[in-house]
Design a protein around this ligand. Structure first.
Ligand code: GN1
Ligand code: MG
Length: 371
């Protein structure tokens, strides 16, 4: 029996070469951008069906092309590492594979003009919206490090920039100022707080981009959205085994990835909490994530890279708050929302987290310096 929210989903699924009978389709995950469904086949195999948000990803075919290039590169490297993996206690590392459409393409465009794709679901795995202990945190760091190590020799020129301006903090600031100039600012103490918060940090927002322009930091292949729930864990062994959500893989600074991983991993209340005043950045988890990450990333990081890691953590957190607040002012056109002030609430959470990071700057820098 097909247990689905919408029969049209079944019709969409029929356009892909599933290796068996589709048994169930249901909404899946917490994504803020795309629409995601889990497809189960009769024999328990699972796949992810997604409708790409083409208002955000304006050239979805390039997103898929990037994913194909990335997949090939990683597949080859993993084959080369089979021996090493066997030594490493058979820890598996997997990569979501693209399932072809009936026409043999990496996507399918339905009659309504929507862009659909199907990728494999990493078997026997789970993810966490919030991490709760140091072992998990270490694994999160390992996961990001492993991903970076696997793509560290993939020339950035091979990948398209699928989301121009993504993680260029000064651009978000410019955009914010433009939206602000066209909006009648809702007068509330929360909005005033956000506005002042942004104003006070505007000069610092260039820190990573300046270092890039000066040649201190270099472009590499990055994940772009390595929040903790994009790292998959083996169900039995509790080890990180895959990174998913590869739409934003593109040339960038690994710093934004490191920052985003800690931003999402060290906020025990999670980014959707309504208790924004209680949000803090957990230093112990941060240390564990960094330890897991550096263990593997030291093979490709330069001394200059380390010098900007503190800023990256604070900056990406500030940047996400800025993006949420801008979207709130612009009328919630980018991030999916459940109520009109949802993005304002999310912004307050990220700004509170930024404050907590700033207040622990010295300790965080000491932890980083140890590596
Ligand atoms: C968006 O949709 P999701 O959850 O994968 C966003 C990220 C944010 C994240 C915050 C393309 O990712 O940049 O960090 O929300 N992705 C895009 O939850 O803008
Ligand atoms: Mg994403």
């Amino acid at each position: 029996m097909i247990n689905t929210l919408d029969n049209t989903l079944v019709a969409i699924a029929e356009n892909f070469q599933f290796p068996g009978q589709v048994a169930k389709i249901r909404e899946y995950g917490q994504g803020n951008i795309n629409h995601t469904y889990l497809v189960n086949l009769n024999d328990d195999q699972a796949f992810i069906l997604q409708r790409i948000n083409t208002k955000v990803f304006r050239q979805p075919a390039l997103v898929m092309a990037n994913m194909g290039i990335l997949g090939e590169h990683i597949e080859q490297k993993l084959q080369g590492q089979a021996f090493e993996q066997a030594l490493n206690n058979h820890r598996r590392w997997e990569f979501p594979k693209i399932l072809r459409s009936q026409a043999g393409a990496d996507h399918y465009i339905c009659e309504a003009g929507n862009f659909w794709r199907v990728i494999s679901f990493i078997g026997n795995s789970q993810c966490f919206d919030v991490i709760t202990n140091s072992e998990q945190a270490q694994e999160v760091g390992y996961g990001l490090g492993k991903f970076h190590a696997l793509v560290s020799d993939l020339p950035v020129t091979k990948l398209a920039d699928t989301l121009e301006g993504f993680h260029i903090t000064p651009n978000y600031l410019q955009n914010y100022e433009q939206v602000l100039s066209q909006t009648i600012m809702p007068s509330s103490s929360e909005s005033d707080y956000c506005r002042k918060f942004i104003h006070d940090r505007a000069d610092w927002a260039n820190v990573l981009e300046n270092a890039k322009a000066e040649g201190i930091l270099q472009l590499r292949t990055i994940h772009g959205d390595p929040k903790v729930n994009n790292i998959m864990f083996d169900r039995e062994r509790g080890k990180a085994i895959a990174m998913i959500d590869l739409d934003t893989v593109k040339p960038g600074l690994v710093h934004y990835d490191i920052g985003d991983c800690l931003r999402s991993g060290c906020n025990l209340l999670g980014e959707e909490t309504s208790q924004w005043q209680k949000v803090t950045f957990d230093l112990e988890l941060a240390e564990a994530i960094l330890e897991g990450y550096f263990k593997i990333a030291q093979e490709f990081l330069t001394p200059q890279d380390y010098a900007y890691i503190y800023d990256a953590i604070a900056l990406i957190t500030f940047e996400l708050g800025l993006r949420f607040f801008t979207d709130y002012l612009a009328g919630n056109i980018y991030f999916k929302v459940n109520y009109p002030e949802h993005n304002l609430m999310r912004a307050l959470v990220q700004f509170q987290l930024t404050t907590s990071i700033e207040s622990q700057e010295k300790l965080l820098r000491q932890i980083i310096a140890r590596y």
